[in-house]
Design a protein around this ligand. Structure first.
Ligand code: FNR
Ligand code: LAC
Length: 357
């Protein structure tokens, strides 16, 4: 599609597919196993219908939310996505600037092609969260955490659904290796040589358990959000261990294939959390209306991963920002047409299960 016609996430996805090298495209677009969960994350949103209310004064919609001490322009933030220089030379620094320009937060991956300090320097005023994989090499992990804290990050997102890499068969077929430098990986293996995804995940400590979380939370001055749980009992354990929030996530269908769509796991987790901490959800969010369905089913906000990455691939910082601004415009319009002035006005009564024909 030409520049003029890119009006939604799908247009940017199609344009990105024309620009990203085949191996990298499979890495970003792909999921685990038969990619059932990858598809379910997106399809499950279509099983919900929005039920609008009318004659509500929506002349002044305010889509902003407050999360982990920061005000965001909308209940959508950028999910941590690794290796962003695989899609654009400006990488995570451009993504942080794009999120800042759209007034929302960017979560920086541990496996970024940039350091926490470099991203903070590129976007000093941005709301930045740091996503942590705990490496077996704790020296690398502790150095990353210290750098994120010193660089002014506002929260730590601890990813707990990836003790090992999911079976990414597109990458296996292509024998895919990452040939851009990820500083944390270089520090852990002592070389900036190309690495396979399996080798990267081999750095993660698969023995991590809830006791480790409690000690991490105790030793970290930033709020710790648990990203990658799907079960209400784990949300309870997270809160007991001191988590400041949870992200209902299946890693965009890239880890255990066959788990539910995140939008289907969300209600039970939200019920268990019962408003004690913010509940986020990610996976398959492609429309502003998806965000409102998530809010109606108990989320305080969502993360989106691939969408702004497609924008980054198409046109760097500007493209990523354009995707986030499109999603913001869709959210604002959907709020107004649903009869809601703010995200907090969206209730369970604003959605219903689509009746299967
Ligand atoms: C991810 N995700 C991810 N999550 C994380 O905690 N650390 C990471 O380094 C990465 N890396 C990563 C790379 C790629 C290419 C993708 C697509 C995803 C998962 C991400 O944070 C998020 O959970 C999903 O991307 C959400 O699904 P959507 O929005 O991409 O459908
Ligand atoms: C992935 C890792 C890096 O999903 O989180 O590829």
């Amino acid at each position: 599609v030409s520049d003029r016609q890119r009006v939604n996430v799908a247009d940017f996805e199609a344009a990105a597919a024309e620009r990203i090298e085949a191996g990298a495209l499979d890495y970003f677009a792909g999921g685990a196993g038969d990619e059932r969960t990858l598809k379910r994350n997106v399809e499950a949103y279509a099983e919900w219908e929005l039920v609008p209310r009318v004659l509500v004064d929506v002349s002044a919609v305010d889509a902003s939310v407050e999360l982990f001490g920061s005000e965001l322009s909308m209940p959508l933030a950028q999910a941590p996505v690794a290796f962003q220089r695989l899609v654009h030379a400006d990488g995570e620094e451009a993504m942080a600037r794009a999120a800042d320009a759209a007034g929302t937060a960017m979560c920086l991956s541990t496996i970024a092609t940039a350091t926490p300090a470099s991203v903070a320097a590129a976007a000093p005023d941005a709301t930045k969260w740091f996503q942590l994989y705990v490496f077996s090499d704790r020296a690398v992990t502790e150095a990353l955490l210290a750098e994120a804290v010193e660089s002014g990050y506002d929260a730590i997102f601890l990813t707990v659904d990836a003790p090992f890499a999911g079976r990414r068969e597109r990458d296996l077929r292509a024998d895919f290796e990452v040939d851009v430098d990820a500083p944390s990986v270089t520090a852990a293996i002592g070389s900036d040589r190309p690495v396979s995804i399996k080798e990267v995940f081999g750095l993660v400590d698969a023995s991590l358990d809830w006791d480790d979380l409690a000690s991490l939370a105790a030793g970290c001055e930033l709020p710790i959000v648990i990203k990658g749980l799907m079960h209400p009992a784990d949300a309870e354990l997270a809160i007991q261990a001191g988590a400041a929030g949870v992200v209902v996530s299946n890693h965009g269908g890239r880890q255990l294939d066959g788990v539910p769509a995140t939008i289907d796991a969300l209600p039970m987790v939200a019920e268990a959390v019962d408003g004690r901490v913010p509940v986020l959800v990610d996976g398959g969010v492609r429309r502003g209306t998806d965000v409102l369905v998530a809010l109606a089913l108990g989320a305080d906000a969502v993360l989106a991963g691939r969408p702004a990455v497609w924008g980054l691939a198409v046109n760097g910082e500007e493209g990523a920002c354009e995707v986030l601004e499109i999603l913001k415009a869709e959210i604002r319009l959907a709020l107004a047409l649903l009869g809601c002035r703010t995200p907090a006005d969206v209730t369970r009564a604003h959605v219903q299960r689509a009746r299967r024909s």
